[in-house]
Write a protein that binds this ligand. Sequence first.
Ligand SMILES: NC(=O)c1ccc[n+]([C@@H]2O[C@H](COP(=O)([O-])OP(=O)(O)OC[C@H]3O[C@@H](n4cnc5c(N)ncnc54)[C@H](OP(=O)(O)O)[C@@H]3O)[C@@H](O)[C@H]2O)c1
Ligand SMILES: *[C@@H]1O[C@H](CO)[C@@H](O)[C@H](O)[C@H]1NC(C)=O
Length: 318
Amino acid sequence: MVVAPLITLNNGKKCPQLGLGTWLSEPGEVQKAVKHAIETGYRHIDCAMLYGNEKEIGEAIREKIADGTVKREELFIVTKLWNTFHEREKVVPTCKKSLENFGLDYLDLYLIHWPVAQKIKGEFNIKLPFKDAVGIDYDYVETWKGMEECVDLGIAKSIGLSNFNSKQLERVLQNARIKPVMNQVEVSSNLNQKKLIQFCKARGVQITAYSPFGSPARPWAKPGDPVLRLDDPKLVKIGQKYNKTASQVILRYLIQLGTIPIPKSSNPQRIEQNIDVFDFELSEEDMKIVDSFNCNGRAVHAEELKGLPHYPFEGVEF
Ligand SMILES: NC(=O)c1ccc[n+]([C@@H]2O[C@H](COP(=O)([O-])OP(=O)(O)OC[C@H]3O[C@@H](n4cnc5c(N)ncnc54)[C@H](OP(=O)(O)O)[C@@H]3O)[C@@H](O)[C@H]2O)c1
Ligand SMILES: *[C@@H]1O[C@H](CO)[C@@H](O)[C@H](O)[C@H]1NC(C)=O
């Protein structure tokens, strides 16, 4: 069993420095993936209401607690507030809805999924989250007040952000009663985010690295997109030096950048492989080689949110 080291957050709570991603982990296979991950030593599970699988993940977690494999307090369960629930008064009820889905009584970390707020004309359909959705100009600082109420109520131990750019993060920090502990953003060898990492760290905010492998299964992938090749000869060669795979080299690189990667897998061998990255260290020279892959190669642009108020990836350097 491999257990990831713990990182101390700005509120004194601790977060395992690697987690399991669960986006596109289908109901049916996600239970198996989560149970196998917990048996392997994963203690940090990244979820979102949008992924539509909180119920199945909760079942797996509760089963592993009930059979004595792990205690609730050893786990770090993260989920995210979707764009259509940004109004301050909707935040607490939406957090409670996620807890009901999981069958848990608190979250370790609750994140605002995107700085962009939307409204649905009609019923919200989790399978088609952008159907009949329109952007609304709602201030995420107001949303943040709802997030703070979740901490007051004890239903979220920590709160944070996701997909916030440096300016947006700064605005939240300047208006927060309770500081965000985390900004979860895309970080991979193709998009190493050194500036944003430095900016967040200087303000005591940790970075979770999503899509560490460039999200190869993303449904919007198209020819001509930047590709992150796990069979790249340079990465494979570095791996051979340490008896590790190219994917392990990338995860180790992200850890040495100071981030918390959350690779998704629902394959038992790859789940095991992805956490087996705490028994070696990349040399400075090898870190530089992986640095050279940085090409602003973002995989998650959220095209549906482009042009809406507070879209994070335009008009700002990082
Ligand atoms: N906050 C946000 O807006 C946001 C956005 C995107 C993602 N996320 C989070 O970040 C997590 C990870 O990102 P992601 O799912 O986009 O993509 P990713 O982790 O970069 O890549 C996952 C894909 O790589 C494959 N894979 C996993 N381990 C591998 C290995 N060792 N060797 C080769 N292939 C491997 C997986 O297939 P198998 O399952 O078959 O192994 C899966 O298809 C998500 O699941 C989600 O929790 C958050
Ligand atoms: C290399 O890694 C594999 C897989 O983790 C392991 O089974 C093997 O013992 C390792 N070899 C050496 C020489 O450490």
